[in-house]
Ligand binder design. Structure first.
Ligand code: PHE
Length: 449
């Protein structure tokens, strides 16, 4: 079934696609991974890989989606009669469900922290108490699941309202808000005592900390951050108008994405150095470390609200894009109305999330391969499903779709970007498959470098 809904304006398109890419990946994940790999040097590698590997894939996904103008499974059949290619779409649906299940849990934490920062703030609370509150909150299945449900419900409401009146409308409000919040937070960080150390950590590269693992983490992070390897951009591509300049849009979104990621490090590291916290802390950086910092900072009450509004907005604009991948498919496949599809998907995600929450509890019997469901889905998606789907999509774009057809779609009937297209095409056809394969095989331990 072809898609009749489209994003209504240029800004709306950038806001929706930008909303998808800017997410927990930028604000929660990027800073702690950068911290673990020593700061600036990792950022340089990240930028190089993002623009040479991830951006060409981003452009390919949008091009495939706009050309086919249908759901992510059918899109592949539009270009090839071989049914097996549809499998890329099915892998994406499984990935979208899996990520949504645990993404909604972390987003639920962000929502909880937003409420706490408004109602109580983090002043007068010791660091030990903040840690204890985090553990008792995440170990309380009812409370943490309640926030997950609220978050899934809010996501579903946006999706139910449709492409233009839901996704585009909310992203157009949320994305500028996000930028204002993050800029305010960066300005605040600049006033802190050890701001300089924080900035040097980000901008002064120390290559001695770089290992093979840094490259693996950089590419994994750039895929996740640019919403690649799960047909998200194929799905949104179908809503992009024929006049849109795909190459420019792809570049704008990628620049937005890395800008927010780097700004997030500028919010977090100056604060971490000022309050004597190691930048290499793991995932708890945002939920334990930052609240302790806000508690001690002048104006911390307001800044903590800004920060958790930022995190919540980033999370919801991304989760709606994952939700839409499945919605687009469900509507077509089962011939359902948008409403019914949303109810069905909401229930499925709620069940999966409940299993994740339960499996995270101490002593839980819900385990897959000895891991909690949360860790299993996280690992399976970022180490396996996303790189494999990304690789297959690149092979499809470079080797299956006819070059002339692909080019004509990407360059609006050969009217724009003809030269740059050739570079992008070479990257997609040769560079991407080689790089992703090496990284995938090394990450899974199948080859040792
Ligand atoms: N890009 C989002 C983030 O950075 C996550 C995401 C992945 C969204 C895949 C959609 C699809 O948080």
């Amino acid at each position: 079934m072809s898609k009749t809904s489209k994003f209504g304006s240029k800004f709306g398109t950038i806001a929706a696609l930008g909303g998808s890419v800017v997410g927990l990946g930028n604000i929660w994940r990027f800073p702690y991974i950068t911290g673990q790999h020593g700061g600036g040097a990792f950022i340089i590698i990240y930028l190089l890989l993002s623009f040479s590997v991830a951006v060409p894939l981003l452009i390919s996904e949008i091009t495939i989606g706009r050309g086919a103008n249908t759901n992510p499974c059918k899109a592949f059949n539009f270009y090839s009669k071989i049914r097996a290619w549809e499998g890329i779409g099915y892998l994406s649906i499984i990935t979208a469900f899996s990520i949504l299940a645990f993404y909604s849990i972390i987003a639920g934490w962000a929502l909880h922290y937003l409420i706490v920062s408004i109602t109580q703030g983090f002043g007068d609370v010791s660091s030990a108490q903040i840690t204890e509150n985090f553990v008792s909150f995440t170990q309380n299945p009812y409370l943490s699941y309640l926030y997950t449900l609220v978050f899934i419900g809010l996501t579903a409401l946006v999706i139910r309202a449709g492409v233009e009146k839901g996704i585009e409308k909310y992203c157009k409000i949320f994305m500028p808000t996000l930028f204002i919040m993050i800029i305010l937070l960066v300005f605040n960080s600049m006033t802190l005592d050890k701001a300089k150390e924080g900035f040097l950590f980000v901008f002064n590269p120390d290559f001695s900390k770089i290992t093979l693992q840094s490259f693996l983490d950089a590419i994994g992070q750039s895929f996740f951050s640019l919403s690649l390897g799960m047909c998200c951009m194929v799905t949104y591509g179908a809503y992009v108008s024929k006049e849109t300049n795909i190459v420019k849009t792809g570049a704008t979104i990628a620049i937005t994405d890395v800008t927010v990621a780097i700004l997030s490090t500028l919010v977090i590291f100056p604060a971490a150095f000022t309050f004597g916290i190691q930048p290499g802390q793991g995932p708890e950086l945002v939920f334990i470390t930052l609240p302790s910092i806000f508690g001690q900072m002048p104006g911390g009450y307001f800044f903590s609200i800004f920060f958790f509004v930022l995190l919540f907005i980033a999370a919801i604009t991304s989760s709606i894009s994952m939700f839409e991948i499945v919605t687009s498919y469900t509507i077509d496949k089962f011939n359902l109305t948008r409403n019914k599809a949303v109810v069905f998907i909401t229930l499925t995600v709620c069940i999966l999330s409940a299993l994740c929450v339960l499996s995270q509890l101490e002593g839980s019997i819900i385990k897959i391969g000895g891991k909690s469901m949360f860790d299993f889905l996280d690992g399976a998606t970022s180490n396996f499903l996303m790189p494999v789907t990304g690789l297959l999509t690149a092979l499809f774009a470079g080797w299956v779709i006819k070059k002339a057809q692909f080019k004509s779609e990407a360059t609006n009937n050969n009217t724009i970007n003809n030269k740059i297209f050739n570079v992008v095409y070479m990257l997609i056809k040769y560079f991407l498959p080689i790089v992703i394969s090496i990284i995938f095989l090394t990450a899974t331990g199948l080859i040792k470098l």
